[in-house]
Design a protein around this ligand. Structure first.
Ligand SMILES: CC(C)(COP(=O)(O)OP(=O)(O)OC[C@H]1O[C@@H](n2cnc3c(N)ncnc32)[C@H](O)[C@@H]1OP(=O)(O)O)[C@@H](O)C(=O)NCCC(=O)NCCS
Length: 163
């Protein structure tokens, strides 16, 4: 059975390599192996939401978010945190990013969370514009040295959307 032109689907052990590859190709940050494993590991230390986006049968985008339920009085405010959202450059502007974001917003509602957060490198102007268009608003001060292992800016803005 064919897929709709752009669609999203779960990440499984057998396509985890594709998920990892897309994120590594698109984003300048170096992530640990464990970061990717969390996407398919039900026993991981935390609750994660992840999806792959497809153009036909070709995987072109990926998202991974973390739920901070904050039942135990943690430091971070409760909400869902988008850790990575990436679409291969050649396939941008075809709605894959929107579908991946919609999926996370849906998970946010399902988990009774109202705040969706994302950290964006201060020099990533196109992503900043994209998130603002999607209703995210800059919150608080610049987080200095937020990204450790990156070839782009180490500083990040926090953006928040109420869902
Ligand atoms: C941000 C990103 C995920 C968006 O993905 P995408 O698949 O291009 O997004 P969509 O096609 O769903 O975007 C649709 C909207 O963005 C607009 N858009 C299209 N191409 C765009 C571009 N190159 N830059 C900014 N906005 C664009 C469209 O007009 C559309 O607006 P609408 O919803 O009002 O109609 C993608 O550009 C990306 O991977 N960027 C690099 C990685 C990154 O910086 N990620 C964020 C940090 S985690």
């Amino acid at each position: 059975m064919g897929r709709a032109l752009v669609s999203v689907d779960n990440v499984y052990a057998n396509n985890l390599g594709t998920f990892e590859k897309i994120i590594n190709v698109v984003l300048p940050v170096e992530y640990e192996e464990e970061f990717f494993a969390e996407a398919v590991d039900d026993s991981a230390n935390g609750v994660f939401y992840s999806q792959l986006a497809y153009y036909g049968e070709i995987a072109i985008g990926a998202v991974k978010a973390r739920l901070i339920a904050n039942k135990n009085g943690g430091v971070l405010p409760a909400g869902v945190y988008i850790e990575v959202l990436a679409v291969l450059a050649a396939y941008r502007g075809k709605t894959a990013g929107s579908l991946l974001l919609n999926y996370i917003e849906e998970k946010c509602r399902e988990s009774f969370q109202h705040d969706l957060y994302v950290h964006v490198a201060t020099d990533n102007q196109s992503a900043i514009q994209w998130y603002e268009k999607k209703g995210f608003v800059k919150e608080g001060e610049v987080l200095e040295n937020y990204y450790k292992d990156t070839t782009a800016s180490k500083d990040a803005f926090v953006y928040k959307k109420s869902v």
